[in-house]
Every structure is written in structure tokens, then in C-alpha cells.
Design a protein. Sequence first.
Length: 260
Amino acid sequence: MVEFAIQTENLTKRYGDETAVDSLSLTVPSGAVYGLLGPNGAGKTTTLRMLTTLTEPTSGEATVAGVPITNCVGVTERIGYLPAEPPVFEALTGREQLRYAGRLQELPTDVATERIDSLLEQFDLEADADRRISDYSTGMRKKVGIIGTILHEPDVVFLDEPTSGLDPRAARTVREMIKQLTERDTTVVLCSHVLPVVEEIADVVGVIHDGELVAEGTPTEIRSSANSAPDLETAFLDITTDEDEIDSDADTLDYHEKPS
């Protein structure tokens, strides 16, 4: 196993005259939970897309699980990526969607079946597994997306707002799943507006603002650097200062959610 699951050096992405990510340099230890935070439009999703090979950087370098991100196949074999809105096929059932994911990941049929059954039970989706996804709620779709992301037991998992749309019980299941992943040395990069959850489970936190990494450290270190803030949420607001960039409606409700 490599010492650092993710390493970036001056990773930059520009769209014309706009710089989405500016000279990002960070290291994420293997087996850690790294909380990647930032206001909307700060560059978090662009960073995830570069690290998962979906977007080519303008300049800079990065490795994921020891593989340069220029090696798309090598990286994608070792990672799982859950975007904020998981891609699903409406006409398939939940089980069919997951079997399809298993085939894409070249899992043996018996291995895929065993893992799918186990994860459906873990996420309380057994009773609905053979219903069409078109009939699923937002939370159920998110659960299917999470299962598909971890089905092949990747070395590094990228989760963009994994608890958005989930009820408290399902959100707790996601937190427990993240802890289980790190127990087997899987590295997790977590983007979330639910800062109490990040504070609970992240080993290291990085704060991006206007495309730049403006703070990094343990949650305790981040709080200390922000005038000894009482919690990560207060520290985040102090560091980024632009409170108007935080969602004012649905995402704000998620943002203030407390771990159950």
C-alpha cells in the first residue's frame, strides 16, 4: 500500500479566463477520511473530477492510489466515485442497476451477488431492490449510488454530498459505512455541507475558497486556527468569510443537520 493515497502538486483547472482550481497541493494519507470543504463554487467538485480523471487539469500533477491521473484506466480501477446526483437507469430495478455496476467493474457474478445482497440489507433496500428506480425516492437512489460506488471495494472512495436526501437513519448508515471502509484501509474523500458529520468522522480537513486551499489540518487544528472556534461550522464561516455563498435553502438544511 502506498503511504499517501492522494498527492497533488500545483493542480490547476482553468475554463477560459476563469480559474476553478488554483495550484492545489495536498497529500492524503492512505486509510484516512479527508473532508474537502468549501462554499458553493469554491472548486470542490472540479477537484474531485480531476482526481477521478473525469476532467483533465490545465496544469499540475496528481497521483491517486499511486497512479498518475493521466493513466485513466489505472486510476478508475482503484477508485469509487459518488457524484452529488448518482447516475442511474430509470428503467432498471435497483438490483439490476447494481448487477450492471458489478459487470462494469468486472466482478465475478457470485462475488457481486454476495456483496449486493449484503449491502442491500445494510442500507435497508432489500424490500425495494426489485422495484424500478423510476419509482425510487431521492434517498433510495442515493443509497443505490453509494452501494454501486463501493461494490468493487476500491482503494480510494470519493463521496460528494453522500448524506444529502437521506433520512437520519440512512445518514447514520453512511457514516458507519465510512468508518468501516477506513478500518480496511480504504481512503475516503468526503465533500459535504453537513459539517457536524465531517467534524465527527474526518481525520483531516481541507478548506477550499475561490479555488485555493486556504486551510488544512485536523478538525481541532482548523478550529484553533479560526480563533479557537467552538465547532467546525463556526471555523468554516470564519475562514471563508463569504457567508452568502453557503446555500440558503435545501443545502442549508443539510448543512445544519446534526449526527443522530
